[in-house]
Structure formats: C-alpha cells, structure tokens
Ligand binder design. Structure first.
Ligand SMILES: NC(=O)c1ccc[n+]([C@@H]2O[C@H](COP(=O)([O-])OP(=O)(O)OC[C@H]3O[C@@H](n4cnc5c(N)ncnc54)[C@H](O)[C@@H]3O)[C@@H](O)[C@H]2O)c1
Ligand SMILES: O=C(O)[C@@H]1CCCCN1
Length: 353
C-alpha cells in the first residue's frame, strides 16, 4: 500500500497535505499517518549534534567509503552548475546503498565570498528517503552533515595512514568551518603535542584557535604558512584557495597531507612538487579525474581509493617509498555516500528518541 493514502503531496503547490478521515480506512500504518499529516521532519543543526557524535559519524563514513570502493554504492559523480553572475556553484549529490539501507541526495551551494553577506560559503540540505518506497522521510541540516562527514572522511584516511610516532604536530591550513570540524575529528584518531592553525587574518585565526580549545589542546596561531607547515607531521588543507599555497619543498619526509579544499578542476591548494612526491589516495577515482585540480593539473598518479585502503589495511611510508614517494596524501572531494550514511544514522537515532 502506498505510504501516503491521500496522494502524497499536493501536486499544484508541492505542500504536504492534511490527512482526511477517510484516508485512515486505507491504512493502519501509524508512520504513514504521521508522515502524511505533518510532512517529513526537519532535523536541525542543534538536534544533529545532540543525536550523533563525531565518532559515530567516523564509523559510518568508514563503512560507506569501503562500500563505495567495493561497488556497493550507486552514485554518479556529482553535478555542479555555475551561477556565473554571482560567482557561485550549485551541486546535486545523490547516492543509494542497499547494505547501509540509505537513499539520499544533498543539494548544496558553494560560494567563496559570502562572509560579507553574513551567510556561510557552503550551504546545504540533505533529503533522506526510504529506499523501499522512495518516500521522503526527513530533511536534514546539510551544513552540519557536510562539516561532520567531511572531517570524518579525513579521520578515516588518517586512521589508515597515520605516522607511527605518538606525539604529533598537526597543521591546519585555513581557519573556517572545516578547520574547526577537522580539529575535532582528527583528535579522535591521534594525540597532538601541537595543533597549528594558519589563516590570512590574525583575528580569525585566534578565534579559530579559541574555538578548537586553545591552550587546553595545545592549539597555536600561525601567520606564516611556511613556518606552520615546516616540521608538521600531519597537514590538513581546508582553505578556499584557488592557487597552490602549500609547497612540497617545505615539508619533511613522511608528512601525511589531508587535502580537503580545491574541489574544482581549476582550483589548487598544493604545488606540483608536493603532488608528484606523494602517494595519492582519493575518495573517488572518477570524482578525482573530473574535479580535483591538484591532481588533474599536476598530472600526478593515483595510488588507491580510501575505501580500498580500508578494505586492505593501513598504508605507511614503506609503501610510499617503494613507489618513490616522500609523502602520503589523501585528496578528499566529498562523496554523496558520506552524506547519505550520516543522514540515515541521524534519522534512525531521531526515531529512537
Ligand atoms: N572535500 C570535501 O568533502 C569538502 C567539504 C566541504 C568543504 N570543502 C572545501 O574545504 C574548504 C574549506 O571549507 P570551509 O567550509 O571551511 O570554508 P570557510 O569559508 O568556512 O573557510 C575557508 C577558509 O579559507 C580561507 N581562504 C579563503 N580564500 C583563501 C585564499 N585565497 N588563500 C588562503 N586561504 C583562503 C578563509 O579565510 C577561511 O579561513 C573549501 O575549499 C571547501 O570547498 C571540501
Ligand atoms: O562534498 C561536499 O559537500 C563539498 C562541498 C563543497 C565543496 C566540495 N565538496
């Protein structure tokens, strides 16, 4: 029986209809009644943070990435369109996975200059559906999901590539939303003797350092990018840069780089020397060959997808050296499956409450 006995949505104005008394004779399904009468729930940023921890998200994203590389996820490379006159992008990111029982799409916008307008550069909503019927079961705050699952994907990559020493120096290049999310997620994987935060504006760097936890987590502001990168064991790049800003010649051998920005084919964060000296692990080969400016323009090789690494086991510097490389690098572009599994987890926890 159809879950919405009174014909799902009003086809003229798209609103969710009120259930009529006679509709009840067609269904005994309370869930259908609630859905049809009130529409799908909206799960806000605050609620999401109450329902799931970063560790929860790391765990589902790890499985999602493994399923993706194992051919268990149906997901086209996302489609982006330009809002040319306004300098922005609209992206649509659908994914379906039978083994994680999730069907969802994220709709997002990416602008680079929204700060002056008082709104975030990346805005998004996740539409979660019931895979067995296609019915929309929830709308979720896509900004929070994007922040958490992106940092979680980097945490998964770090889990499988982390340097062996215990007291590590982490350098975060960028002081925006993802800088904060990564500080949280990467602390689930390693402990750090210092967390360096670089940005272009001292006030914003200091705010980011304070938000991350300041002295309590050994976070320190850096205004010179080269100094921030030199000697770091792990570097995460989360800037909106469009040109290479981090240079391979600055880094010590054995550095692990988590490259999260530069998600368009003509955007860069890292120079050719860095890319060509790295054992490069990507979230999606197909995505990387369409969107990753640092890979496409440096013409570097791709070693593996992170989901393959999750399945086969950790990669270390011995592997990198055997391929003639000095660094290990994870190039993240962001996958719809990361949003879909995170959205599904949140929806299930929402229903348990
Ligand atoms: N891989 C993924 O899944 C994924 C997901 C979300 C965001 N991202 C990317 O991560 C990056 C950071 O996203 P965010 O949400 O933190 O954005 P944000 O706007 O909150 O922060 C961006 C930071 O970059 C700095 N910046 C801007 N232009 C710069 C430049 N030319 N050189 C150096 N720094 C510059 C800003 O001052 C700010 O500190 C973006 O490139 C975004 O596209 C990737
Ligand atoms: O996967 C995502 O959600 C993002 C948002 C914007 C930039 C690239 N990737």
């Amino acid at each position: 029986m159809a879950p919405f006995p009174c014909s799902a949505r009003n086809s003229l104005n798209g609103s969710w209809p009120r259930l009529q008394a006679h509709d009840l004779s067609h269904t005994s399904n309370l869930h259908s009644f609630v859905m049809a009468s009130a529409g799908p729930p909206y799960i806000s940023a605050g609620k999401i943070r109450e329902l799931v921890s970063m560790l929860d998200v790391i765990n589902v994203v790890e499985k999602g990435l493994a399923d993706f590389s194992n051919g268990k996820v149906v997901q086209p490379v996302r489609s982006f369109l330009n809002t040319t006159e306004h300098g922005g992008f609209l992206g649509v990111m659908p994914a379906y996975c039978y083994s994680s029982n999730c069907l969802a799409t994220k709709v997002l916008t990416l602008y680079t200059d929204n700060e002056s307008k008082g709104v975030p550069n990346i805005q998004a909503i996740v539409v979660q559906m019931d895979p067995s019927t296609g019915s929309v079961i929830a709308l979720l705050d896509g900004v929070t999901i994007t922040n958490m699952r992106t940092a979680a994907a980097s945490a998964v990559a770090l889990k499988y590539t982390k340097p062996p020493q215990s007291d590590l120096t982490l350098c975060i290049v960028g002081s925006g939303v993802q800088a904060r999310a990564h500080a949280e997620a990467l602390r689930e994987i390693c402990s750090y003797k210092e967390i360096r935060v670089w940005g272009r504006n001292l006030e914003r760097i200091q705010k980011c350092v304070a938000d991350i936890g300041g002295d309590a987590v050994n976070a320190k502001p850096y205004q010179d990018l080269r100094t921030a990168c030199e000697g770091a064991d792990i570097i995460v790049t989360v800037s909106m840069a469009k040109e290479p800003i981090v240079k391979g010649e600055w880094l010590k051998e054995g550095t692990v780089i988590l490259s999260v920005g530069a998600c368009l084919p003509d955007w860069r964060e890292l120079d050719d020397e860095l890319m060509n000296n790295s054992l490069v692990i990507v979230d999606s080969r197909a995505g990387a060959m369409k969107e990753a400016g640092d890979i496409l323009l440096s013409k570097c090789d791709i070693y593996a997808e992170v989901g393959e690494v999750v399945a086969k086991g950790p990669v270390n510097m011995e592997t990198a050296r055997s391929h003639g490389k000095k660094f290990i690098l994870f190039k993240s572009l962001g996958l719809a499956i990361e949003d879909a599994v995170t959205g599904q987890l949140i929806y299930e926890k929402f229903n348990q409450k």
